[in-house]
Design a protein around this ligand. Structure first.
Ligand SMILES: [Zn+2]
Length: 407
């Protein structure tokens, strides 16, 4: 018989296996869209479960469909997503299962996501008779800037069970946020959109002693950098913020020579679709206006990366109730603000109702303020949270399918 307590004890029972899988993945981190070793390990785990498995064409994804035993022909379906890729970071953490590759690291905890989702696959396979519909497991490569979710959507992950899935849930562990083991989320925007800004100012070179005979692109580019911060505060709503940070600024090779060109690149973050649309208008207008004022040319490219991750209100409430049913009231915290990182699960949430939930995985005995954040070479994620994440994935699938089939 189904009860949420059983799920928690099933997940605890499976915890050593989940942890073993996580450590294996952590030792062999792979970056990008092509993760052959990780894919192989996931396939080995799923092999005995009897799912319908499809592999990606353009990327080493694994899509697995579990058909619920109690499902009708028009049964609902729920998607659970775990990303699997690592980062090009040299690991400096002290964990005994540290990366053995030398130049790649699971510094964002995606090894935990893969392992927790694999754990949920095992528990749900055992309970397939209790499922009022189908479960789609989305094991995704290339979250870290490669748009793996976009690729998997193009290749049909949302329709893997037949009709488009009715709901989708994703989890993300955090190494320096919250209280260890606590789930956190919020309705509405939960992570920012991101875009890359690439600007080249074409001036006219000359001798540094006679700038009036040249058209100094460095001066103009510098004005653009500061003017963008003015634009952020003067043109955008303080309650719908914009973040622009210039991380590359290049021009010239000698201190007394005015170069022909100057180039800068920035990351541009925002928290609503409307604000990003406004940025696409305002940024080029500002930069062109400054170039024109100084009589120089400018090339501008604003390259959208990930859209804003927007949690659906009812699904976020559903997920927070699921956490409380499994554990207790203190296991869920509503976030006051979104995070300014970005996430390609946003693509799934553009098509399907769902929610993205964070899980604090602070190493035992460490406060959030002292811990190293995701992506740090020192970041550590606690194994203790693995059964919790597995239990939540499992409970979300069972209870969401029950709700959908009752309606
Ligand atoms: Zn991540």
């Amino acid at each position: 018989m189904y009860s949420s307590e059983n799920i928690v004890s099933d997940a605890r029972h499976l915890a050593p296996e989940i942890q073993k899988l996580r450590h294996e993945l952590h030792r062999q981190p792979e970056v990008g869209l092509d993760l052959p070793l990780t894919q192989q390990r996931v396939l080995e785990w799923l092999e005995p479960l009897g799912f319908e498995v499809t592999l990606g064409q353009e990327l080493s994804s694994v899509t697995a469909v579990l058909r619920g035993g109690a499902a009708r022909d028009d049964a609902p379906s729920v998607l659970l997503r775990g990303d699997m890729d690592a980062l090009p970071v040299r690991e400096k953490s002290n964990v005994s299962y540290a990366s053995q590759t030398g130049n790649t690291m699971h510094a964002c905890g995606h090894d935990l996501h893969t392992a927790m989702l694999a754990g949920a696959a095992t528990i749900l396979a055992d309970r397939r008779d209790q499922l009022a519909g189908d479960v789609v497991f989305m094991f995704q490569p290339g979250e870290e800037g490669f748009d793996g979710a976009g690729h998997m959507i193009s290749e049909g992950v949302l329709e893997a069970a037949g009709a488009t899935v009715d709901a989708a849930f994703g989890l993300h562990v955090m190494s320096a946020l919250g209280t260890s083991g606590q789930f956190m989320s919020r309705p509405g925007p939960v992570m920012s959109s991101s875009a890359g800004l690439f600007v080249t100012v074409h001036g006219q070179g000359g001798h540094g002693s006679a700038p009036f005979l040249a058209k100094d692109p460095v001066y103009v580019a510098a004005e653009m950098v500061t003017a963008m911060q003015g634009m952020v505060t003067r043109r955008f709503d303080v309650f719908d913020p914009v973040v622009i940070s210039v991380g590359v600024f290049e021009g010239g090779h000698a201190r007394n020579v005015i170069p022909e060109t100057a180039h800068f690149e920035a990351t541009v973050r925002s928290f609503s679709r409307e604000t990003f649309a406004a940025l696409e208008q305002e940024l080029p207008r500002l930069l062109r206006g400054i170039a024109s004022a100084h009589g120089v040319d400018v090339e501008i490219e604003l390259r959208p990366e990930y859209p804003v991750t927007i949690n659906h209100e009812s699904e976020t409430a559903f997920a927070s109730r699921a956490v409380v049913e499994l554990f207790d009231e203190s296991a869920y915290a509503q976030m006051a603000n979104p995070l300014a990182g970005s996430e390609d699960f946003s693509r799934v949430l553009e098509h399907v109702p769902g929610a993205f939930i964070f899980l604090s995985a602070l190493a035992p005995g460490i406060e959030a303020s002292e811990a190293q954040f995701n992506h740090s070479p020192f970041a550590e994620f606690s194994d203790e949270v693995l059964p919790k994440g597995t239990a939540l994935y499992t409970h979300l699938a069972i209870s969401k399918l029950a709700e959908l089939s009752a309606n």
